[in-house]
Every structure is written in C-alpha cells, then in structure tokens.
Design a protein around this ligand. Sequence first.
Ligand SMILES: Cc1ncc(C[n+]2csc(CCOP(=O)(O)OP(=O)(O)O)c2C)c(N)n1
Ligand SMILES: [Mg+2]
Length: 558
Amino acid sequence: MSSSKSYLSVLVRIFKEMGLKNIVFSPGSRNAPLIMAFSAEPDIRCLSIPDERSAAYFALGIAQQTGTPVAIACTSGTAPLNYGPAIAEAYYQKIPLLVLTADRPPELIDRGEGQTIRQDNVYANYIKQSFTFPSQTVTEEEHRHAEHIANEAWNISLFPDAGPVHINFPFPDPLYDFEYDTSGEVHLVQPGKTVPGPGTGKLNELAGLWNRAERKMILTGLLPPDPRLEEILTELAQDPSVVLLTETTSNLYIPGAIPGIDKVISTVSGEEADAFRPEILITLGGHIVSKMIKSFLRRHKPAAHWHISPSGQQMDTFQCLTEAVAARPDVFFDRLLPLLHTGTGNFRTTWIKRYNRSEERHHTFIKDVPFSDLKVFHILFETIPAGASVQLANSTPVRYSQLYRMKKQLTFFSNRGVSGIDGCISTAAGAVFATGRDTWLLTGDLAFFYDMNGLWHTYVDNHLKIVVINNGGGGIFRFIEGPDRSGQLDIFETPHQLSARHAAALFGIHYKEARDETTLTQAVNTLAGSGEAAILEIFTPREENGKILRKYFNHLKK
Ligand SMILES: Cc1ncc(C[n+]2csc(CCOP(=O)(O)OP(=O)(O)O)c2C)c(N)n1
Ligand SMILES: [Mg+2]
C-alpha cells in the first residue's frame, strides 16, 4: 500500500474487532487522517460535532448508556484542551472514552507553527494512560507497537474500572492520503474480564466483624441499574442491625431502604448523633451526592469503613477507611451473604422511624408550598412517565431529586464525577442518541445557557425532553451557607432575565413554558406524548426558592 497514512488501518481494525461502534469527530485538517481512516470502516458510526467540549460530553453520554468505549477525535491546538472537562468527568465517573488527538510532528512543536501546543500527556492528572502513536509502521516492530497501543488503550479504558485513555498522533503532511489496508491479520489482546474479589480468608474475617457489630450501614453512590445487586441488598436491608441508605442516582428501588438521606440527617441533633452512627460502614458505587451524610460521617466516624470497587480504589471519603475491597459489589455481597448472621438491636428502627416522620412532614409541607423549585420537582417526579430515563444537571436539580421517594421506575444519571454544570445538555443528548429512550434532562438555567452548544449538531433525538428550571440565576447560592452573608450574592448568583425560548428557536426545537402548577402538569403530559424533542422552561420565584427550602428543612426538624 503506497499511501502514507494507511498504517492507521491497524488501529481502526483492532478497535472495530474489540467492539468500537461510535466515533465523534470535531472538524479540522490535522485530524483528517483519522476522519478518513475511521470513515473507511462501515461498522463504525462517524459523527461530527463542531464544539470539542460538547462533542466529548456527547460521547460520554453514549458510553454512559452503553458501557462500551466511544472514541473522540479532534485537530491540534486548543481543540484537545476543550476535551478536558468531559475527560475529567469520564475519569471520575469511570466512563470509557478513547481520546484521539491529532498533532504536528515533534520537530514543529514550539517552533512558531500555528495551532500547535505540547500535547504529549496533556491530560496527565485525569487520564488512565496516554500514548503517542507511531507516525509510520514500516518495520515489523513498528507495526507490532501500533497494534500494542491499540489493544492496550482499549483494554485500559475498560478494566478493572472504566475511564478515559489518550492517544496522540503526530501527523506530518500530507494529511489527505489514506487507503484502508485490510490485508493480513491484526493481533488482538483480550483483556482481563473479571475481578477475582477477596479470598475466603478475608471474606470470613469481614463476615466475623460484621456479625459481631450491632450497627451496620450500607451507603450507595452513583450506580447504573443492577437487578442482582438490588436483590441481594433487599435481603440485607431487612436485618434489624443494618440500615441501607441509597441515593436517587443509585437506581436502587428497595423496600426497607432509606432513599431520602438528607431528610433524616438534617433532623439529627448532636445528642442523638451516636444512635445514628454506624460501627461498620460499607460504601459502593460512584460519588455520594449528599453533603449532609459526608459531614455527618466525618464528624461521627464509624470504627470500620469498607469501600467495594472493581479496582479496589482506596475511596476514603470519610477519613476512616479500613478496607479497600477489590470486587464487583454484586459479587462481593453474593459471596458475603451466606456467611452473615441476622443481627439484633434497633439501629434500623432508629433510622426508619426518623425517616417515616420526615416523610410525613415532607408531604404536609409540599401540599401547601407555593409554586417554587421545591414544588416544581414534586410535580415533575409525579408526572414524568414511568420507565423514562432522567438526566439530572448539577447544582440544585441533582440535590432536589434526593428529597423525593420515587414511586415508579425512573432511571437516573448525573455527571457526579466532577459535578460541573458545563456539559449537562451534551451528555443528555449523547445518552438519548445511544438509547432512543424518552430522556428527561432536568437542568437549571445557568447550566442550560452554559451548554446550549449541546444542541449545536444534527443528532438531537426526538426523545430528548429538556426541562429548564429558570430561577433567574444560580439559585443554589441562595440556599447554601455563605454567599448571602458575603454581601456579594450577585457575584455568586449571576442573576439574569434570559429565556430559553430563543435557544429553542435557534436550534429549531419545540418550546413550552410554565409558570404555575396547572400549566406545568399540562406541559409535561403534552411533551410526554409528543414524539419530538422539546424544551420546557419553568419560571420560578428567584428570591423565594432559597427561603422555601430553608423553611422545608426547619419543618422537618421541628
Ligand atoms: C463548570 C462549572 N462552573 C461553575 C460551577 C459552580 N456552580 C455550581 S452550581 C452553580 C449555579 C448553577 O445555576 P443553575 O444551573 O441555574 O442551577 P440552580 O442553582 O439555579 O439550580 C455554579 C455556577 C460548576 N459546578 N461547574
Ligand atoms: Mg438557576
């Protein structure tokens, strides 16, 4: 084969064999060889999204839903830097991304060449591994090296925990000179698939500690739906010495579990704290949303904290970690359960009684609360159809969602790896592109305007429903301690009079508005039935929301 860039065929062929289905390009010249290489392979879908920041979050949204690596590819210069936010999110949310950045050859770096920066290992602090691809594969060694990088990049993006992997491609000119070389074999290296989990000795030791303790807590973070885990935890949650705390983003629907952590913790006084403090804490899944449980467990530390994760990550969130168990949570509990004795005591009752009291007070408060963010989320979770997928934007949407006991099977996702408000639309657009399932993005107004570019492409799926809770700025800063006392609230809140109506017009998306309970309920029902993408903007009282939420927590406490 004569063309100068055919050596890229080995990368395309290995990724295809390993299961790559989607690659999201952002336009440029330097990445032309990658565009030509991957578009020569019919089994890989090639997408193009101009804004690299949005393109990377879109790819994250696809991989979030499929669990299969998605590739992104851009030109050189600032383009790779714009991938940064989504790569950091993928790293901390453990989502597989293959980050392909085109570059100038090394002899042109820092030599006054346009669109050129130092791209080697440019994502150093939040990338699983970074490679530089050879710029030719003339010798057998060079060919083998290219195969090695392709295999290793794919495997590291998935195992033992998923995450982003970077490959930088120094491309000398000519750029548009590619012929797909499908001759000869490509060597595949099959990755490790299963994490062995703790040995019998360790399991018996942990079971012994567990059986001797009277107050055990299981706290679940961000998790995709997992029926097997749900089944095992349902059994454990019936034990009187065990309390199971789940978050909305844990996607666990377990009778006897406590899904509203803040509704309990916010009412626990200093004197009562010890009765709510566990001796043994087990955590699993991704980051915990509740700030209240984090500060409670840091102040009232359990004697033992075991974190369960495939990579055995030492996730010492509460500064009292004693065990980092390398296992898939369902496998760990499956093997531990037969060794456990049902406990005694009233630890579970203590928590359940307080939760039930808060639940009752929640309903009396919500019934009479005026139209506000708190009421809006109540109506949304009542009216969004069962079976829908819900993407929760960061700031108050993901926090309000923790206050409601979900009555029906909704599946929740949120960028809680790094909790940025900068990619919520792009992620949701990628997610619905992957599933074609009704997907409701619940977002604040700043997060919406920040990522409007998330609609700047031709892949907006009809099942995407964007609900903008427009409270005229960063409403969270009117609730958390600090900003209002600082005297600089405006700097925090960045108040505005903007409306999403114009963005809907710009991107040709259906738009609806609501300013009260009736119009909101009607609008959700209309959107639910309409087979088209839409933006529903809900206007709430900027200066009241924070006060109402404070009143709510006081009402739970009194
Ligand atoms: C990229 C990024 N910049 C800044 C922040 C800090 N921040 C957290 S919440 C928030 C305000 C979000 O406002 P909005 O989306 O309207 O949600 P609301 O608080 O009103 O519910 C900001 C700026 C962040 N999380 N991510
Ligand atoms: Mg807002």
